[in-house]
Every structure is written in C-alpha cells, then in structure tokens.
Ligand binder design. Structure first.
Ligand SMILES: Nc1nc2c(ncn2[C@@H]2O[C@H](COP(=O)(O)OP(=O)(O)OP(=O)(O)O)[C@@H](O)[C@H]2O)c(=O)[nH]1
Ligand SMILES: [Mg+2]
Length: 198
C-alpha cells in the first residue's frame, strides 16, 4: 500500500475552460463540509496543503494539485462543495455553473471521487449528483468520509445502509477518516492506479 502522495499545489481556476490539457485527472466532489480538502491533505500527509474549515464554503475555486514528479500531467482537483445554503443565491449559482461546466466539459477527467458523509449518509443532493454523473457517464469512486465519527457498534449496519442508499454493493464504498488515517493508504493506491502512476 502506498505512502503519502507527492502532491503539489499548482494554481486555482475560476474558469474551467482555462484548464490546460493534462494526461489524467481525478476530482474530489461532494457537498460542502464533507471533508474533500481534509482528504486531500491526508493523502499527502500534509496539513494545510489545501485549505480546510469547520464552516462550509472553504474551497471556492477549482484547485489543481499535481501528483508525482513535476510535469507528470497527473492532477488531483479539489473542488468547491455543493449544497451550501448560507451563501447568496448568486454565489451558489456561480459555484454550480463552475462545477457543472467542469464536470461536463473536462476531457481528461478520468474519474470522480464522490465523497459522502459517513455519519450523515447520502443527502438528496448527493443522490441527484450520482444521477447526473451517471447520465454523463462519468466513472464514480464512492468514498464515505469521517469514518471515525461512526461508533464501532453501528459500523457494520451503517456500511450496509449507506451502500444500499447509493444502490451499490458494500465493497464499492471506501470508508476513510482523514483524522484517524483509516482507509487512507488504500485510497492512495487507488489514486496512483487510476492516474496511471503505478
Ligand atoms: N471527525 C472528522 N472530521 C473531519 C474529517 N475530515 C474532515 N473533517 C472536518 O470536517 C470539516 C470540513 O472539512 P473540509 O475538508 O474543509 O471540507 P470540504 O469538503 O473541503 O468543504 P468545502 O471546501 O467547504 O466544500 C472540518 O472541520 C474538518 O476538520 C474526518 O475524517 N473526521
Ligand atoms: Mg474544501
């Protein structure tokens, strides 16, 4: 299993059409506060690489990180979350347009890591996102976050329930904890394989 991923922040983009062509790309998607940026930091074992916050809405742009050697052309994107009601309608629309345009048009997007809060389970907006990604024929990797928040006694049942709500098999959902490290080495291996770095 893989050790910390060599991840380097490249730059932030507001306009998805300004992204250059790269060899392969993975994107972290999910509702605001689900733990996308924390997961990226855990993959790199580098706190503070991507900005995280207790308050939703920490990530506001498409943030590009390069995986591996400089100019590897393998990217991991940290995206803004969806479903954050506390910003203005205009701001919400701007984020939604940016995300939609990115996912619909990004040619070299190999797969989407779709993060679901392991404590809360899939929200209606998460299920809508799954439908949309399916419709676009995007490859989805399901990741349940904050595994440490689910009490051990409830873990087995929660895993079964969460997968059932997503309409997939239990083994198709990877459980991780950015805080405690659970599932992180396995996800690092998956990222490297998916980006063709092994
Ligand atoms: N207990 C626990 N908390 C976590 C974990 N991962 C993230 N969090 C917390 O969840 C909150 C949100 O984390 P972020 O990584 O900023 O979430 P995000 O999905 O990037 O949020 P946006 O950028 O706003 O879309 C922070 O307070 C994190 O400390 C985890 O594995 N366990
Ligand atoms: Mg974030």
């Amino acid at each position: 299993m893989a050790g910390p991923l060599p991840l380097r922040f490249l730059r932030s983009y507001a306009d998805p059409t300004a992204l250059p062509h790269v060899h392969a790309e993975l994107a972290l998607m999910g509702r605001s506060n689900v733990g996308k940026s924390s997961l990226l930091n855990a993959l790199a074992q580098h706190k503070g690489l991507a900005k995280t916050s207790k308050t939703p809405g920490a990530t506001r742009l498409l943030n590009a990180f390069e995986v591996g050697t400089p100019d590897s052309g393998r990217w991991l994107m940290d995206l803004p979350g969806y479903g954050y009601a506390k910003v203005s309608k205009a701001e919400q629309r701007k984020w939604a347009t940016m995300l939609n345009c990115y996912v619909e048009q990004r040619e070299n997007l190999t797969a989407v890591l779709l993060l679901i809060d392991g404590e809360i389970g899939p929200t209606p907006l998460d299920l809508q996102t799954v439908e949309w990604l399916d419709h676009l024929q995007r490859e989805i990797v399901y990741v349940a976050t904050k595994a440490d928040k689910v009490r051990p006694a409830k873990r087995q049942r929660r895993r079964t329930e969460l997968a059932a709500k997503l309409g997939v098999e239990r083994r198709d959902v990877r459980w991780v904890s950015a805080d405690k490290g659970q599932g992180i080495p396995e996800l690092r291996s998956l990222v490297l394989e998916t980006l063709g770095l092994t």
